[in-house]
Design a protein around this ligand. Structure first.
Ligand code: XMP
Length: 540
């Protein structure tokens, strides 16, 4: 396994992603872990990450001494290269002038890291690489024993190596896709130089994870909040595989789910997997509390708060020994839950426990269930903590969940509550559900000829928004005065920024035709052509 030490770069997670893509297991830990930690972790290789924007306060960040003492290959990236230089006797010139963007570096000599990896070659036969740079400081004197690996006109030492020790460093960022050969370089390091096997696959992972869950849980009971989303579903399937009936899923149906979604969740988990699922029908409660509320933030707070209340109530019942569900699901007596399982995934872990403090304004308050385990007096079980989203999906499929479920677009916790603008009413939710189902069905059924992929696959998120305004229309000989919906489809890799998707007109035409014809009560369909920023993906 590979250890990544995080100096606080925004893109450290991407290093881990790329290493995992090479089927090598890795973990990110803060740069100031102890020497004992590093020794006992016993990595096969260490990668030192970059650091974030301002440099001055960060000059002092260093890698623990053990990094240099345990005799494994080390790769320094950006700031990681600078700290390597400083710690091993070279020099760095600190500056607050940043160089940022594409650059072309020239490879020097034949190093194991870059040999044979190039985008093109110069007439003299030097390998050239198109890379992404983002730095102000630079190494000006190589540490003893190091040779030059790469350079650019403005950064004469853009890479360095001490091949005898297996130390390599680059000033550019191989982890971002702008560096075209970045994946090849990282693979060369972990597979070639460090000799990792590249055998991290999901099938093996299941057996390992199942064993770990069994060991952690013993004969105790676990509860899990099932939402139908990817993470909680995969967590449920995995835990169920490990401990069967010792798991009880609580599915809070707030009435703001998509068409037939609640039934599908039940059919999958109760019907097919034979898991214990308690479906709490809470539509009336949620819609009751939402009546008359139009402010988006208030709506989010109400939905999030109620969700936690309802879940807590169910959890408390289950915690109290022998809660009345034993007869229903066979003979096993329920002893009272002591574990709360959550579908926390790796990006959540890194974001909340990362090495940096984040100052961000709240654009939208998301569901926050942090603190629940303490309030309930339950221990936490988070079996997906070390997986990235696409690994979670792969795991889901390996566990037998249907790919359509596992590869679904994300759906916000407050559900249709934020897709019905202003006041939420059952009438609106019912209209929206039907219109949205048509839109999604058409996206799933329409292929793009150029790529052979469906438009559902070609978009990152697509949905319908209900606008509580009425417009005049004509149907047959009659006048209509009905509601309007907006279709929204975006393409994005990170959901932080997004472009509206250029869906084919013919597809949009079919959707509007079907929605207006099939959903009585809607007589106008619009398409949202706003990107994020300045718009957000959801409308509220
Ligand atoms: P926005 O609308 O902020 O959304 O551009 C970015 C992504 O986050 C999803 N989203 C949520 N997810 N709980 C969630 O779990 C929420 O409260 C929530 N609000 C927005 C949104 O669907 C999009 O994928």
């Amino acid at each position: 396994k590979v250890l990544i030490l995080d100096f606080g770069s925004q893109v450290t997670q991407l290093i881990a992603r790329r290493v995992r893509e090479a089927h090598v297991y890795c973990e990110i830990h803060p740069n100031d872990v102890s020497d004992e930690f590093i020794r006992s972790y016993a990595p096969k290789a260490i990668i030192l990450s970059g650091s974030h924007a301002s440099t001055y306060e960060d000059h002092e960040l260093r890698a623990p001494q053990a990094v240099w003492d345990i005799g494994v290959p080390v790769l320094g990236i950006c700031y990681g290269m600078q700290t390597m230089a400083v710690q091993l006797g070279g020099k760095v010139e600190w500056s607050d002038h940043r160089e940022f963007g594409y650059a072309e570096v020239r490879a020097h000599g034949h190093t194991r890291l870059l040999d044979g990896i190039q985008d093109h070659a110069t007439l003299e036969g030097h390998g050239m690489l198109k890379v992404w740079m983002s730095h102000g400081d630079k190494v000006t004197v190589l540490p003893p024993g190091f040779k030059l690996l790469a350079s650019t006109p403005s950064c004469p030492i853009a890479g360095m190596a001490n091949e005898e020790k297996g130390y390599y460093a680059v000033q550019f960022h191989p982890e971002v896709t702008h560096t075209l050969k970045g994946q090849a370089i990282l693979e060369r390091f972990v597979l070639g130089i460090a000799g990792c096997k590249g055998d991290w696959i999901m099938g093996d992972y299941i057996a390992e994870a199942v064993a770990r869950i069994r060991e952690q849980v013993g004969d105790e009971e676990v509860i899990l909040g099932l939402s139908g989303g990817v993470d909680s579903s995969v967590a449920a399937a995995l835990i169920h595989r490990a401990i069967g009936d010792q798991l009880t899923c609580v599915f809070v149906d707030h009435g703001l789910l998509r068409l037939n979604e609640g039934d599908m969740v039940m059919e999958m988990f109760e019907g097919k997997l034979h898991a214990k699922v308690i479906r709490v029908q809470a539509e009336e409660l949620f819609l009751g509390q939402l009546a008359g509320v139009t402010d988006p933030e208030k709506k989010r707070k109400i939905i999030g708060g109620l969700f936690v209340d309802v879940f807590k109530e169910e959890a408390a019942k289950l915690k109290a020994a022998g809660a009345g569900h034993k007869g229903e699901h066979g003979s096993r007596a329920v002893k009272g839950a002591t574990f709360l399982a959550q579908g926390t995934i790796y990006p959540d872990v890194v974001e909340s426990g990362g090495t940096k403090t984040k100052k961000a304004t709240t654009i939208k308050s998301h569901h926050n269930v942090g603190g629940l385990p303490e309030q309930l007096g339950l221990k936490l079980l988070e079996p997906l903590r070390e997986l990235f989203k696409d690994e979670v999906r792969e795991l889901g499929v390996a566990l037998g969940l249907p790919p359509e479920m596992v590869y679904r677009h994300p759906f916000p916790g407050p559900g249709l509550g934020v897709r019905i603008l202003g006041e939420v009413k059952k009438e609106y939710a019912d209209l929206l559900r039907r219109a949205d189902a048509i839109f999604i069905e058409e996206l799933r059924n329409t292929k793009d000829e150029a790529t052979g992929k469906t438009w559902y696959e070609l978009t990152s998120q697509a949905f319908t928004v209900f606008l509580p305004v009425k417009s005049v229309g004509v149907m047959g000989d009659g006048r209509t005065y009905d509601y309007v919906v907006a279709l929204r489809a975006v393409q994005t890799s990170d959901f932080m920024t997004a472009d509206w998707a250029e869906l084919p007109y013919s597809l949009l035409k079919r959707c509007s035709g079907r929605i207006i014809n099939e959903v009585r009560g809607i007589n106008r369909v619009t398409y949202d052509v706003s990107s994020k920023p300045p718009a957000t993906i959801e409308w509220e």
